[in-house]
Design a protein around this ligand. Sequence first.
Ligand SMILES: [Zn+2]
Ligand SMILES: [Zn+2]
Length: 271
Amino acid sequence: MELIDTHCHLTFEPLAEDIEGVLERSKAAGVTSWITVGTDPQHNRKAVELAGRFDNMYAAVGIHPHDADSVTAQIITELKELAQDVKVVAIGETGLDFHYPQDGLRHNFSKQPAQRRVFVQQLKIAQEFNLPVIIHSRDAFDETMDILEQFGSGVKKVVFHCFSGSPEQANIVLTKGYYISLTGVVTFKNAHKTQQVAKMMPTDRLMLETDCPYMSPEPMRKQKINEPALMLHTAKFLAELKGMDLTDFADAVTAASRAFFSLPPNVLECY
Ligand SMILES: [Zn+2]
Ligand SMILES: [Zn+2]
C-alpha cells in the first residue's frame, strides 16, 4: 500500500527541523510521497529546495490568500521562475479566504480585492506552464468558481484542498471536472457535512492530505503537531466510511493523485 500526502507544509517548524524523522515515520506508515506546499515567497523557496533533496517529494509554489496584500510584481516574477523547477508539480496554495471580516479584530488578513488580484495572477502562471492548481477557498466558493470560470479550459486541473463545502458544492466541483482533497478534519465527530461529501465523491476525484503541521486526525487529535504519518488514520477512516478495503481505497486515491499531479512512479530505495 502506498499513500501520497498531497498537501503538507514540511518547511514549517517544527516539521522542518526534524525532517528526516518525519519522513521515516511517514514511510513506516505507508505514506511514501509528499507534496510540500508553499504559502509565501520564503516558504516557496524552501519548498523547492527541500523537494530537491528527497526522492518522492515534490513542491507546489503559491501565495496564500492571507498573504495577498504584500504581493509585488517582483514576487510574481520569482514565483514564475520557481514554477519552472523540475520538482514543482503545482501552483498553490492560492485562492480566496473570506472567513474573516474585513474590519474588526482579524483585519490583519488580506483585503478581498488583493486576494482576487493575486489569485488571478497565479492562475495565469498555472495556465502559462500548464500546471495543476491547489485551491484554498474558505467561505468564498461562488467567487472562486467565478474566477476559475474566466479561465475556462485554460486551467483544467484544479483541486479544492481541505474541502469544507456542502455536498451541493462538491457536485459542482465534480461537474467542472475538478478534484477535492480531504484532511483529517473529516475524521472529527462533528464533521457530518464533510463526511457526506466524502461518501459521494468517486475515488478517482478524491485526494488525501494532512495540511500538517495543522489538524491531526482522530484518534490522534491530541497530538498537536500533525505530520504525514498520521494520514494513515484519515485513509482508514475514509475507507471504512465508503465501505472499501483499505488497500483498494489507498490504491484508488493514490492513482488519482499521481495522475492529477503527473507524478512519476514511486522511486524505490536501493540498498
Ligand atoms: Zn489552505
Ligand atoms: Zn495548506
